[in-house]
Design a protein around this ligand. Sequence first.
Ligand SMILES: O=C(O)CCC(=O)C(=O)O
Ligand SMILES: [Fe+2]
Length: 288
Amino acid sequence: MRAAVDRHAAALARDGWCVFGRAVEPGLIAEIEADLEPRFSATPLCQGAFYGERTRRFGSLLTHSPGIERLAMHPRVLEIVEQMLLPWCERIALNLTQAIEIQPGALPQLPHRDQDMWQGPKGRLEYLVNVMWPLTAFQRANGGTRLWTGSQLAQDIPVLPEEESVVPMVSPGDALIFLGSTLHGGGGNASRAPRRGIVISYCLGWLKPFELQWLVYPPQVARHFAPELAALVGYAQHRPNLGNVEGQCPSILLGSHVPEHLPAIDALRPDQAEAAAMFVRSQMGEFG
Ligand SMILES: O=C(O)CCC(=O)C(=O)O
Ligand SMILES: [Fe+2]
């Protein structure tokens, strides 16, 4: 298992994408699709040139199918994602969960890098890892995700020729993993059936997520999540002290009773706690 995780992480770093075949049983994906079916039919078409006029999208998937937690918290997938992101943060966070349907007749989506929604420097750090869980078998003809291999290493090249794109053949149960720095886009659908997939993406724990996780999973929803899932959606501080409520871990909101008055409590990394304690000791010498 360790070796497989390392192999996938190495391919992801080298190519900008990799396929984790049979990461879950296809039956789980079929159950999820059945749970999501009513939302697919009720969701209006997207508007705008980026999302694409013949596509449908909806988010907050953790509240629409119990199986989504199994995808979001897939232990091997999380290990691969953490290998990419933990060099740049203390903990990773859920960036979005989104179901995407590309209907027959849809045009190819603008090639883009998802990390461009954040305005920091590019090329030195990785901001995001996407995991696409196909609900339909992906092919070029039906709108499978197009990717440009190695484009994560060329941030100064905004767009690459269409003929150089690849469309990994993934089926329900597989996970297509790609970096926020990798040029990609949904495909055009020249087939007669919709192409459906679920994107679960993870970002550095100190970034503003694409989908506002605290709003789509407010405390009355998140209190029913496993503690690790609640932490992933943002009910955890990012040391030092980022993302708190009254100076405490936001998970205090998940308890049955939240005291009116709370002391702010430092949440520091061990090195920061040590440096702060040393400083306090030196001051006590001066003032004592
Ligand atoms: O649907 C797809 O294959 C990819 C969609 C995408 O990249 C996006 O909407 O950012
Ligand atoms: Fe994208």
